[in-house]
Design a protein around this ligand. Structure first.
Ligand code: IDP
Ligand code: MG
Length: 150
């Protein structure tokens, strides 16, 4: 099983679609094992998006992501990292497949509703930024025997 870090960004919260996002994650069969709503600190935001520090959109990205509450999650499941990237859709919603969150609900790259880690290394790094190990639960979902063949 893999774990990935997922966030409903401030635009998703303001649009009242936290439930829509979580619902898609749950219905896919992925398991939410940690969740919190908070306004991300400047320090966490800069660490989280460190790879983009030199990009022209970095300052606006950091200012937006810390502008209001977001919902942070750790999501677990078979191939959770790549499955969550597909559930979210391409970074630019114009290129995001219909059926994905961004492809169904967004139009602009800077307001693309959701985040998910892009690799196992990123997942570990991002989970560590946003959660203590003690905040991550471990439980068996009652429907797991139906979701996984073995
Ligand atoms: P990702 O969220 O799909 O992993 P990244 O390339 O890692 O995409 O970019 C991180 C976030 O930065 C994007 O989700 C988006 O909100 C923002 N971003 C990326 N490229 C641009 C851009 O060209 N203009 C404005 N915002 C951007
Ligand atoms: Mg990224």
């Amino acid at each position: 099983m893999e774990r990935t870090y997922v966030m409903v960004k401030p635009d998703g919260v303001q649009r009242g679609i936290i439930g829509e996002v979580i619902s898609r994650i749950e219905r896919r069969g992925l398991k939410v094992v940690a969740m919190r709503m908070n306004t991300m600190s400047l320090d966490s935001a800069k660490k989280h998006y460190a790879e983009h520090a030199q990009k022209p959109f970095f300052n606006s990205l950091i200012s937006f992501i810390t502008s209001g509450p977001s919902v942070s999650m750790v999501v677990e499941g078979k191939n959770a990292i790549s499955v969550m990237r597909a559930v979210n859709g391409a970074t630019n919603p114009v290129n995001a497949a219909t059926g994905s969150i961004r492809g169904d609900l967004a139009l602009d790259t800077g307001r693309n509703i959701v985040h998910a880690s892009d690799s196992p290394e990123s997942a570990t790094r991002e989970i560590t930024i946003h959660f203590k190990e003690s905040e991550i639960t471990g439980y068996t979902r009652a429907d797991e025997a139906c979701i996984y063949e073995n």
